[in-house]
Design a protein around this ligand. Structure first.
Ligand SMILES: Cc1cc2nc3c(=O)[nH]c(=O)nc-3n(C[C@H](O)[C@H](O)[C@H](O)COP(=O)(O)OP(=O)(O)OC[C@H]3O[C@@H](n4cnc5c(N)ncnc54)[C@H](O)[C@@H]3O)c2cc1C
Length: 404
């Protein structure tokens, strides 16, 4: 019998599998897209801003060393409201930290995680393969998995972990409802070059059409994540490079100098998806399967990685039933504050800065200015990169898991 079946080997599922490697638990990982081929949606050309807790978890998983040469530290953050006077600056050195986070290409994270998984003991990989049937019972879960041979295999598992993204098939099979709120925005992702050296500065600019983020990259270029209404986003994607650069310049301004080159890499619909519960009979949801967020605060993966680190901790240290209800309740309770805090913070930012009612812009300006002048508020935000509330998992504190 398999102890833990992880369905979905994207950013979060692959991280959980790496965390459980060598734990003594027999783990099955099922991923529908072949990794390392560019076909896996989680590890595409997007970049991710990893917070400091995520960096420590990756160190514990043994993947940071291979990611680090391509990880750009965020040394300062500038937040502004387009067309208004308010702005705020956060400088990492002033908070006594090296960086607020590190920007890395998802593709690079995928390579590092899959290197670890290929050599992991007690890990059964079914890649590329689909879960073609799920039967959840009181004592075990039966999974039917079909790979390239088209001959289905049956696995009896004690716990199934849904890491299969926002449209989770396992969440549906477990009967867990999900509330979906469409922000009616697409996030355009691009790589741009500009005349001014980035020096580790990240920018978040709130515009009436949606937030625009500029993140520093290790090769000197910058990643753009630009949220806009779908029709406007389609226009921006269709226009030639010069016209796109002119639009970007008009929205962002001149803080990064003149933009000289832009490669558009794709567009992603922005929705808030919230599962009604994180656990059900012999089932746990992690990552986007349990909460998928707007990109504005760059928190989705950081939150999902903490799901993985805490679940790994809850599943190790003894060899009793990994799917026992009290164990699952312990996981759900441990995750509750962090999950709801980050979700509310992210959703609140989208709504506050998207609000065009008269007077609200002035309040935002005052808020940003007060924030800029108030050191305690700045240190509080600096701590966001460590996770929102609740005890940190051992991995995020730089401690190894206790193995069986
Ligand atoms: C433009 C953009 C920028 C972002 N920037 C940041 C950022 O800076 N910081 C941050 O923290 N977060 C960021 N995020 C959020 C982050 O990308 C997600 O939170 C993260 O990818 C979630 O990972 P996941 O593994 O839970 O889900 P997914 O990435 O959706 O992966 C799910 C995996 O499951 C596989 N799968 C699906 N169904 C099945 C099945 N039935 N059987 C087997 N396998 C299956 C898929 O192939 C995929 O590999 C960003 C998101 C976007 C769109």
């Amino acid at each position: 019998m398999i102890d833990v079946a992880i369905v979905g080997g994207g950013m979060v599922g692959a991280s959980l599998a790496a965390a459980l490697a060598g734990s003594g638990r027999r783990v099955l990982l099922v991923e529908s897209a072949p990794p390392g081929t560019g076909a896996q949606p989680s590890f595409d050309e997007r970049t991710t801003a990893l917070g400091n807790a995520s960096r420590r978890i990756f160190e514990g998983l043994g993947v940071w060393e291979s990611i680090a040469p391509e990880a750009q530290p965020i040394r300062a953050i500038h937040v502004s409201d387009a067309g208004r006077f308010g702005f705020a600056r956060l400088i990492a050195a002033e908070q006594g930290i090296e960086a607020f986070g590190y920007v890395v290409a998802n593709r690079r994270i995928g390579i590092a995680l899959w290197e670890v998984l290929r050599g992991a003991p007690d890990l059964l990989l079914r890649v590329p393969a689909q879960v073609t049937d799920v039967q959840i019972g009181a004592d075990a879960v039966t999974l039917e998995v079909t790979g390239e041979s088209a001959v289905p295999e049956r696995f009896i598992v004690r716990l199934v972990v849904a890491a299969d993204g926002a449209h989770s098939q396992i969440r549906t099979a477990a009967g867990i409802a999900a509330a979906v709120e469409d922000y009616a925005q697409l996030a355009i992702v691009a790589n741009v070059a500009s005349q001014v050296v980035h020096a580790g500065w990240a920018y978040e600019r709130f515009t009436p059409a949606g937030p625009l983020a500029l993140l520093p990259l290790h090769d000197g270029s910058r990643a753009v994540v630009w949220a806009a209404a779908p029709a406007r986003a389609q226009e921006l994607l269709a226009m030639d490079e010069r016209a796109f650069l002119a639009q970007l310049q008009a929205q962002f301004g001149w803080r990064a100098g003149a933009f000289t080159r832009a490669v558009r890499l794709g567009a992603y619909p922005l929705r808030l998806t919230r599962a009604a519960s994180t656990v059900a009979q012999r089932t746990v949801l992690i990552g986007n399967a349990t909460q998928a967020l707007h990109t504005v605060a760059g928190q989705g993966f950081n939150l999902g990685l903490r799901d993985a680190a805490i679940l790994a901790e809850v599943l190790t240290g003894d060899d009793a039933d990994p799917g026992a209800p009290e164990r699952l309740e312990r996981f759900a309770g441990w995750r509750a504050t962090d999950r709801s805090g980050v979700t509310r913070f992210t959703d609140g930012l989208v709504k506050l800065f998207g609000d065009q009612r008269p007077g609200i812009g002035l309040l935002r300006d005052l808020g940003l200015l007060m924030f800029d002048l108030a050191p305690p508020a700045k240190s509080a935000l600096a701590r966001v990169s460590l996770g929102f509330g609740g005890p940190s998992p051992r991995l995020a504190r730089g401690l190894p898991l206790r193995h069986v």
